[in-house]
Design a protein around this ligand. Sequence first.
Ligand code: BES
Ligand code: MN
Ligand code: ZN
Length: 495
Amino acid sequence: MEITVKSGAAEKQRTACLVCAVFEEAALPAATAAIDEASGGHISTLLKHGDLKGEVGQSLMLYDVPGVNAPRVLLLGAGKKADFNAKTLRKLAEAAFNTLKKSGAADALICFGDLGASEDDETRHLYTAALAMHNAHYRFTLHSADKKSPADKLKKIVFSISGRATKAVTGAMERAAAVSAGMCLTRDLGNLAPNICNPEYLAEQAKTLAKEYKSIKTTVLDERRMKTLGMGSLLAVAQGSEQPPRLIAMEYTGAAKSRKPVVLVGKGVTFDSGGISIKPSASMDEMKYDMCGAASVFGVMRAVAELGLPLNVVGIVPSVENMPSGTATRPGDVVTSLSGKTIEVLNTDAEGRLILCDALSYAEKYKPEAVIDIATLTGACIVALGHHTAGVMGNDDALIGELREAGDKALDPCWQLPMGDEYKDQLKSNFADMANIGTPGAGTITAACFLSNFTEDYRWAHLDIAGVAWKSGAAKGATGRPVPLLMEYLFAQAG
Ligand code: BES
Ligand code: MN
Ligand code: ZN
């Protein structure tokens, strides 16, 4: 689906559907008022009848409105004018898409431009709305025989803008398209079945990205190479599975070689059964999404390369399958990580940190500007923050602040949890340098504390995305988060 912009009077444009907004108990937004006037007050009369109150979520499709070229006008409730914000705009864009895909319209002209311009500028609004519409268009079809969708006939969305299509405006549209393409890749990988999306499959994806983009170079370490390097912790998780592990490195070069890269490390457990500390069977299928940290790294690499951002970015994905078997790691086993530190594995279901620690030590070789790991690391994070907000921790408050700001701006928020020494003490082991689980309480924090033992040489932040990467229930599937947050952070870095 193509999304573009156009300036000029909306009521005069040729389009299958004009989409505009109506506030609750307030004057019409400028674009809607112009259409109302062209129609000789058709819309205001209709509002007086009380068919549309303007509440968020309400919509009304009108046909053959006098004085308007388009055969359809879709009115959307935008809520109270004083409450209008970027989140409302995102809801409007989603509502517009969902109504349009059920109509017969092949294209539409969206006239949201002047809504709430006081809070944010039009360019930002366009980015938000375009990204929301691209994302609403996503459907997972990789396992379907019939890949056709009712939304297919909706070919083109045009945003009506008040001024001229400046570089900033077209740039925002390009960014929205690239970020959504990245998110689609993230969602596809997260949704793929775990018998297909295994560590080798992810490695192939990384090689495909390197073929598509000259700016990306992919290296894949196999089991033998990891053994030689001494990644005993990662290999201990992999040893229970028939699927061999992979450590994938994707290097994107968009700036001078001398510029230090931002390194993203994504947890790539393609299925987490828990291992010998096996999980209960209810919803165990959902543990295919335990590679969504990795999937978000793939999504970001694609978006960054597509846009050619003037930055260097490295994506590292440690990938394994966590299975119980006669060769699996036992509770009580002690393993030696790449850093040389030893770990007592008290629970084989705390496997994410065991693969991340070796990947984080490996990241040192890039002399990074900053390292951000992204992981569906703890169920405790869902208890603490639910499915709305990711957890963020780390060893650098400025970096954490930048991520928090990026998340708020991108409507993909994260929230900082504390990381004092008291929590680190919860990981003490009688038999090794540390245990892989903490004493009861603060499971999200003790997991981050575990990782902090391997990130002493650089600025580091950890995003726990267990709650935000996935939706359960009727809309079960990957969300593509936190790609918008990470891209916003990288946009800020690119300047
Ligand atoms: N992948 C899980 C965390 C998870 C749970 C993500 C639910 C999404 C939804 C992780 O490997 C895990 O099993 N963590 C354990 C840690 C515990 C054994 C200390 C957990 O959260 O229960
Ligand atoms: Mn686990
Ligand atoms: Zn896991």
